[in-house]
Design a protein around this ligand. Sequence first.
Ligand code: CAA
Length: 254
Amino acid sequence: MSYENIIIRNENNVAVINLNRPKSLNALNSEMVAELDKAFGEIAADPEVRAVVITGEKNFAAGADITNMVELSPEEARAFAFTATFNKIADFPKPVIAAIEGFALGGGMELALCCDIRIAASGAKMGFPEINLGIFPGAGGTQRLPRLIGVSKAKRLIFTGAMVKGGPALEMGLVDTLAENPLEEAVKLAEELAGKAPIALKLAKECINSAGDVDLQTGGKIEAINWSGLFATADQREGMRAFIEKRKPVFTGK
Ligand code: CAA
């Protein structure tokens, strides 16, 4: 389908999604989030795409579109919230990488938090300025941020609304790597992941995602079930046979 607020290109088994409302620094409105939702649905069903990069030219996204939110009632705010789509992205069965330049603020940074890996430019400006609007992050930020960087650092960022650049963001674990060209770096990593066994990646992600939510014993059980299940896949046979035959494995996602 065609999109108005995002641009998608598929190359080498990687889908690159560009957030595309440059006039408002890629502020996320309902239409853009609905398009993201549809796009991720299509990508999930496309076996040719094995990894995804989300980015925005010049800016990642300066948050939810404030002009859409001023007069919302609590009920309307609930409907406006991006939680369902963002959860879908966080649980997406293929790796998703955020390539961050410019501003990644509020809902924009919350979108980046849903990605598996965040690669940022050193000059990127990231944070959760919602407190300055009389609200707080409402697209998963209060839950994902403390899980990622720890409770007190998360409180400090959310309570102050302060923006951090790449260096401090890397130090506190908000991003994973800095790069001169985050998109190029993200695509390179996505292409590498596209060559791995898709089912093993999907199940590893499920296990890791559940690690922050369940106790160690339960997590161990989830891991055991998923790990042993891989022995029903052609890719497990292929990976191990290729090792023994001293050749590169070719994973088919089966
Ligand atoms: N919503 C709507 N429009 C936005 C926007 C946003 N989040 N962020 C920027 N824009 C618009 C500006 O209004 C401006 O539009 P006009 O040219 O029509 O005036 C345009 O983008 C360029 O922005 P600025 O002129 O402000 O650019 P700047 O370089 O001076 O400042 C900025 C950049 C510091 C990011 C500033 O735009 C800003 O503070 N933006 C808002 C950031 C924010 O508060 N985000 C959180 C939103 S709430 C949220 O995300 C809730 C949630 O949890 C889901």
